[in-house]
Design a binder for this molecule. Structure first.
Ligand code: C2E
Ligand code: CA
Ligand code: CA
Length: 758
């Protein structure tokens, strides 16, 4: 029987049994009471009442005797006397026998018998006296008195018997009543208990019926369950198998009548484990032909048997494998991806296997995407992957960890020399261009390497340090690979600390501006100044070349840039107010500032705040900004231009993009980068470049300024090209605002003197 219904039936039976036992006990009690009541009744009817009657009769008999003797004395009729006295004697004897039969009245019976004896003798005496002399009245009266006395003497005895009997009758009556009352209450109590027990029994029966119904439903459930369900006894024999078992076996072309095929192999070997487990259950997976089955085993302790549920999880597992493959593969190159790398490293670290890890980045990837387009770059990356994979030594595995980054994992210990060899082997750019359906392209990459366990003990720190090495490699002019060293991390740490301090630089008024004059070569007039920021930090001046890149990466350039712009505009306005109405103040704008959505708003605000005419403000934008040929760059430049500000391209010639944008964008000025000027007096190539830039600019109607002009030869060369302006130490270093004012004044005076002299 099912374990759910069992307790209900057991309890119902228990209570029914209890009711029966109580009924028997009650019957016994009731029987016992009626026996007692009967005893009392019998005693009353058979003994007490006859005694009482007899006593009364005896008393009557005694009076009758007296009456008879008086009657005899009056009538002197012997015959009547003899017959009457004989008759009363008889009745007296009869009544007396009843008393005599009572043992407890033996004493009293004796007294009565003696009294009766005396009366009998007195009767005879009286009779004789009557026969002898009727007139002997005195003697007669004496006898009569004696008879009366005997009667009177007997009365207390008779009354005693009567009282005693009366008392026992009352006692018996009370006992009977009590017995009846007890039986009465027992019957009532029993009825109450029976009602209660009946309620309980019917409740349990109801529960039993419900559970039974549920069981039937459950049985139906397993019958209709689409998953195979089996019951197995303790010997491993299948005692029940639902129809789904047959269906599953059929579907894999096995005999549907052999449900035991669905049991795990060596089924009974799981017995001990099942018994030991607290929940007595176990889930295992096993193949059946081409299916993967998930088999749940459950051991029923109470009946020492097993319930087995089988689920076909083939689809599920296949999907999982597919998902895993997708999750751990880079979709574009089918190489294992960063998640796979993370897993792989965790495994190696777990087993304490030493390895070297390299991060490889395709150089100028974003620029390539911008100039070539995503599709071309994708096929370039795929071709790159194909070539690199072909060149990889056996011990090195390649991962594609982000759009432009790959990882090299080498589990054999590797020396710097071997690293160098490895890099040479797979660094493609030096050897060949990559052929794609869109044409041939050169690809250069940088490598950053770390070693485990020297450079980190888990994925994140290793990858972080590899990236530090990579960023150094990409900045290095001599090597395209760097093996991480602990001091690199220290430097990164220092940068982080510097960024932290830079955060408070504006509030602490540690920033100030200097201005470098720009000279027009033909007029020898100062046309403008370039604003350059300085940071006075802990008694020394930090170069913007050091902190501007940090401000750029940390985003601090936005608030700092806004402050510079406002201060520069205020200073420019003060210059205008002093009469330098055409002097242009140039402000450097870094790419992150430029791409900030509020940028043009900031410019407008700075102009409004300072009341500076827009024509006195110039924005120096680096070439990089123009490479993002997004439509909004163009729109933004036109918008700035519409405000009236001037636009110049800083560090011109160092960028990578095509020059076509020069025609498209509303630009006023090109600033030839100092690297071309530095050696232009002695290097033919630099001279050629400068020459080209100047003539290109002139053709496009742009004004040209050369920066980093330090030598007289530079000035002469630039003047020979008819370059418009120069900026550099030769003319003036960047100057604080006060010094700039004096410088401007002095220059103006000098020019005037010159003019007078001419
Ligand atoms: P940059 O915009 O190309 O600025 C010109 C740099 O060349 C300045 O360095 C200037 O002092 C220096 N210089 C000027 N004439 C000569 C010369 O004849 N010979 C040499 N060797 N150098 C000369 P500085 O002030 O150290 O600025 C370095 C870079 O920091 C700037 O390059 C610019 O990119 C950035 N920077 C400076 N101030 C600002 C600023 O206010 N905002 C932004 N966004 N960047 C700034
Ligand atoms: Ca500049
Ligand atoms: Ca520059």
């Amino acid at each position: 029987m099912n374990s759910i219904v069992k307790p209900y039936l057991l309890r119902a039976s228990l209570f029914a049994g209890l009711a029966i036992i109580m009924g028997l006990v009650l019957s016994f009690f009731v029987y016992h009471s009626t026996v007692k009541v009967k005893q009392y009744a019998v005693d009353l009817v058979e003994y007490r009442i006859p005694i009482l009657t007899s006593i009364n009769e005896l008393m009557a008999d005694l009076s009758e005797q007296e009456r008879i003797i008086y009657e005899f004395y009056r009538s002197q009729n012997n015959d009547v006397f003899l017959s009457d006295s004989e008759a009363v004697k008889q009745t007296f004897a009869m009544h007396f026998r009843v008393i005599q039969a009572q043992e407890r009245f033996t004493e009293q019976a004796k007294i009565i018998a003696q009294g009766q004896q005396k009366i009998s003798e007195l009767f005879q005496e009286f009779y004789h006296a009557m026969q002898l002399n009727i007139d002997n009245w005195d003697e007669m009266r004496t006898i009569l008195q004696a008879i009366s006395k005997v009667r009177r003497d007997l009365l207390p005895t008779l009354q005693f018997i009567e009282q005693q009997t009366q008392a026992t009758v009352e006692e018996g009556h009370e006992k009977t009543l009590m017995q009846m009352a007890i039986a009465h209450w027992i019957v009532i109590a029993y009825s109450v208990v029976i009602v209660f027990v009946a309620g309980l029994v019917s409740w349990y029966i109801r529960q039993y019926m419900l559970a039974q119904a549920k069981n039937t439903r459950l049985a139906l459930f397993s019958q209709q369950n689409p998953n195979p369900i089996l019951s197995v006894d303790h010997l491993g024999e299948v005692t029940y198998a639902n129809p789904a078992c047959g269906k599953l076996l059929n579907s894999v072309s096995l005999d549907p009548k052999k449900p035991q095929l669905l049991l795990p192999q060596h089924f009974l070997s799981y017995r001990e484990e099942l018994i030991e487990r607290s929940d007595h259950s176990l889930v295992i997976e096993q193949a059946l032909v081409d299916r993967i089955l998930q088999i749940s085993l459950y051991w029923h302790q109470a009946i020492d048997a097993y319930d087995i549920h089988v689920r076909d999880v083939t689809e599920h597992r296949l999907a999982e494998i597919e998902v895993n493959k997708l999750a751990f593969t880079h979709q574009e190159t089918q190489l294992p991806n960063q998640y796979r790398l993370r897993e792989k490293l965790a495994e190696l670290i777990d087993e304490q296997i030493h390895f070297s890890l390299g991060v490889v980045a395709i150089r100028h990837f974003d620029e390539k995407v911008n100039s070539l387009g995503g599709e071309v770059v994708l096929s370039l990356v795929q071709e790159f992957t194909r070539v690199v994979v072909n060149r990889l030594p056996q011990s090195v595995e390649l991962f594609h960890i982000s759009d432009n980054e790959f990882a090299l994992l080498c589990t054999e210990s590797i020396s710097t020399l071997q690293l160098q060899k490895l890099v040479k082997r797979i660094a493609i750019d030096e050897i060949q261009a990559l052929a794609t359906p869109y044409g041939d392209f050169f690809v250069a990459c940088d490598f950053g390497f770390v070693l485990y366990p020297e450079h980190g003990d888990e994925y994140n720190s290793l990858l972080k340090n590899a990236h530090i090495a990579l960023s150094l490699a990409s900045k290095s002019e001599h090597e395209n690979y760097v093996l991480f060293q602990t001091r690199f991390a220290e430097r990164v740490q220092e940068s982080a600390q510097l960024i932290d301090k830079l955060r408070h630089a504006i509030a602490n008024q540690e920033l100030f501006l200097v201005f470098q004059p720009q000279l027009a070569l033909n007029k020898q007039a100062i046309m403008g100044v370039e604003t350059l920021v300085r940071w006075r930090h802990q008694e020394s001046i930090v170069s913007p070349a050091e902190f501007i890149p940090l401000a750029e990466t940390s985003g601090l350039i936005v608030p700092i840039g806004q402050w510079i712009l406002e201060q520069a505009c205020l200073f420019a306005k003060s210059l205008v107010d002093k009469g330098y109405v055409d002097l242009v103040v140039a402000v450097n704008v870094s790419p992150r500032q430029f791409s900030h959505p509020q940028f043009s708003q900031t410019i407008k605000q700075a102009l409004q705040l300072s009341q500076l005419p827009a024509k006195n403000l110039e924005l120096e934008i680096t070439e990089g900004v123009f490479m993002h040929q997004e439509s909004n760059t163009k729109a933004l430049l036109h918008h700035l231009k519409s405000l009236g500000v001037k636009l110049s391209i800083d560090d011109f010639g160092t960028g990578y993009s095509s020059l076509s944008y020069l025609k498209e964008f509303p630009i006023d000025k090109l600033k030839i980068d100092q690297s071309f000027i530095r050696d232009c007096h002695q290097n033919e190539d630099d001279r050629a470049i400068v020459n080209t830039i100047v003539s290109l600019g002139k053709n496009l109607g742009l004004s040209i300024i050369a920066e980093g002009v330090e030598e007289k030869q530079h000035v002469d060369f630039l003047a020979s090209l008819a370059c418009d302006e120069i900026q550099g130490y030769w003319f003036s270093r960047p100057l604080p605002s006060e010094q700039l004012l004096s410088f401007l004044k002095e220059h103006q005076e000098k020019q005037q003197q010159k003019r007078y002299a001419e």
